[in-house]
Design a protein around this ligand. Sequence first.
Ligand code: GLA
Length: 694
Amino acid sequence: MPIHSSPTGWVLETRNTAYAIGINEVGLLTHRYWGARLPFVDDYPAPFKTTNFASTDGPHHFVPEEYPGYAGTKYIDPCLKVIFADEVRDVVLVYEDFKVTASSSPTLDLRLKDSFYPLHVTLHYRIHEEYDLIERWVTLENLGDDPILVERVFSAKLTLPPGADYSLTHMYGSWSNEFQMQREALTPGLKVIESRSIISSHRANPWFAVDRNASEENGEVWFGTLAWSGNHKITAEVTEFASTRISIGLNDWDFAWKLMPKQPFVTPASISGYTQSGFGAASRIFHDYVRDEIIPHGKVLHKILYNSWEATLFSVDEASQSKLAEIAAQMGVELFVMDDGWFHGRNWDNAGLGDWWPDEIKFPNGLTGLIQNVNALGMDFGLWVEPEMVNPDSDLYRAHPDWVIHFPTRVRTESRNQLILNMARTDVQEYILSVLDKLLADHNIAFIKWDMNRGVSEPGWADAPGDQRELWVRYVQGVYHVWGTLRERHPNVIWQSCASGGGRADFGILQFADQIWTSDNTEATSRLRIQEGYSQFLPANTMEAWVTDWGKDTVPLEFRFHVSMCGSLGVGGNLLEWDQADRESAANCIRLYKDIRQVIQFGDQFRLISSQKNNFSAVQYLSKDKAEGVLFVFRTHIPERFNIPTIYLRGLEPDALYTVEGFDQPRSGKAWMEAGLTVELKNLQSKVLRISHT
Ligand code: GLA
């Protein structure tokens, strides 16, 4: 059993790591340890002692309380902040009892309660032993008669071993420039990473990694994420006593929750881990976990899709789409997706959203004819929707102007000419559910791209049942409810999460969607950088990557294909303009991808040379049995006389013999890893080299 408990202490062990908590001499639940697993349960340090230092600095600045409520002299960043009915704003949590539940992922529940008020707080820990991960979340319960206003409730505080010599890596970005990595020294004070736009956002991903001099392959990395698709917050705090802590949870900015008697509030889960093998290992742990435990179809190979968006934009109809489908099928594409423009009144982005039935002019006989054509070509059919949105110019908005998120006295800020339906409302949920359910029931649709193309504004909800600021959470719960119900009713459909590209890429949405549309930026050299950031916490099979015409005058088609083959390959160019040579070259790449996609989608990924830091980059995928691999090498733009770097392969069996395509001599795994190899490329050239066990 990986959970060891005594009346005053708990040790949670995974295959290689351990996390310990205990009650100290004054009854405070404190963090004890997070790091490598130790040989004996008694090896783990005792809880920190509460000693007073000075009247100006409370003990909490050096004693790491496991889940601090805002109270007393805690000037640190707390996990919980509430206002009781009598307006007392101070939560004094005392330990009550614990419960261990055995299962393949055992859980520990630590129950705390306020020393005076009827507020109960349960800290949940679920051990994912094989993945070296611990999942944490919190339940609040109001056992009294009066509501309690919750202003902040994080999912976890994660304390690092004493010291202030840490660096934080996080990701920032914008539309068309997602997943940009930033690594910086953590210094005294508070660093905040957050989303305020109602989705997990392009701006800041709900992911962090803290390290002590780690590299891609070596060194200690503590990492984590929040399984949540809305406003999130990660804070990294270094106190004046060199105590370094991370908090992770729902963003408390503009948030409040009226905790009603007998109606528990459950936070989203945080998932965190520790490794001594660098950032690469941290990523691979998450890749395995997402594929095995989160996404609905983790064992299904993704089909190569064609998406017509960049070819036809909103000008879709049966003839034009069927023509594109024919060419796509000839190239070896397996799934044809019609993007925006197919539904009632949708000729540009200023009308139609909300009216989810086929446009009568573009599709006078409905979608069935096109779907049959696509199926007759041997391909599955997929469709684009943006269910959470409405254009003011739509039948839906004309009938229900009150269904959008708004403040009655304020102008409703339109963005991309659209407003956001309030998915927290049950009537909105029912409407979306019924139209999408009908669409799926009436048509042979194998794939849906679910888009979300704007951030929130005027976040009002006049007839909210509780506090209006519950919107931030209830909206996301509404999206999950609708999506989850559709998934249950149509279990074979593969869903893709898109939010103007990669604006909603998180472990929360991946419970429903098998894929993420990584970025609207399909220019291959930018994509290399975006894809590397994406790979920090999400696996290649979830990363949809199309080959398009962006940069076609400078970047060869093969290079563009190779970049997209690093994930779940798709094609999105205007095939009508591709000449025969292009189509043949595409067909060859697609054939190759079909041979290697098993390794790319389900294997281990090694970032050999970073594309965010270099203009010559390499990434390797290796099957779990280490028998087969693929090496991708890219040279973007570097001076002609640049020394081509040596590439050191990773993960191979040291004593086994491997061949690498293009090299005559088989060598030991150790030789490929220690002596390496070089691949001569010119600017904007790339190579895919297969690796195989002889
Ligand atoms: C967003 C998506 C694109 C495309 C358009 C359609 O921008 O990211 O891929 O689907 O919407 O309007």
